[in-house]
Design a protein around this ligand. Structure first.
Ligand code: ADP
Length: 164
């Protein structure tokens, strides 16, 4: 069975990566789908985000990254996924995620949304928090994969801790 893990991933965090690694054990194939959504004012281009995901998941042979726009259900159907994966960090995520899951079910009844609980150690992480910390020069080494930390350092014109 194949799963689609859709999101903005602007940028990929260790929370996302942990979820992808666990999903890769459960499904034959996991497609990480990066939403093209310019209205969200992303920090990283879709191509950069795909590169970040591909670099961080290079050790997982059944994980692929691709970009999509339009409906998530259409992307799931196109890629042959039977399951849409979403991560839940806290109750605050739940209401929104449940609404999206019901919407997707009404659009494509054969697709299931599966929620995976975030690893406790990463439950405080979000792409926005990471960007905020990096913008003000904080160490994000324990929050994101190495390549992402380097991209953030370049983006905010700082030397990454590894290069200091
Ligand atoms: P979106 O804009 O679609 O919410 P995100 O990139 O923020 O995109 O999140 C993509 C998915 O990853 C969502 O299901 C979200 O709940 C999940 N997620 C976000 N942060 C984490 C984390 N720290 N650990 C695990 N999953 C997460």
């Amino acid at each position: 069975m194949q799963a689609l893990y859709p999101g903005s991933f602007d940028p990929l965090t260790l929370g996302h990566l942990d979820l992808i690694e666990r999903a890769a054990q459960l499904f034959e194939r996991v497609v990480v789908a990066v939403l093209r959504n310019p209205s969200k004012n992303p920090c990283f281009s879709v191509e950069q985000r795909l590169e970040q995901i591909r670099a961080a998941t290079a050790h997982l042979s059944n994980v692929q990254a691709e970009a999509f726009d339009g409906l998530t259900v259409a992307c799931a159907q196109r890629t042959g996924a039977a399951v849409i994966l979403r991560g839940l960090r806290a109750m605050s995520d739940f209401e929104y995620e449940l609404q999206i899951a019901h919407t997707n079910k009404s659009l494509a009844p054969q697709l299931e949304t599966l929620f995976m609980a975030t690893a406790t150690a990463h439950s405080f992480l979000s792409s926005s928090v990471v960007k905020e910390v990096a913008r003000f020069g904080g160490d994000v080494g324990h929050m994101v994969p190495t390549e992402v930390a380097e991209d953030l350092a370049r983006l905010f014109n700082r030397t990454s801790p590894d290069q200091a």
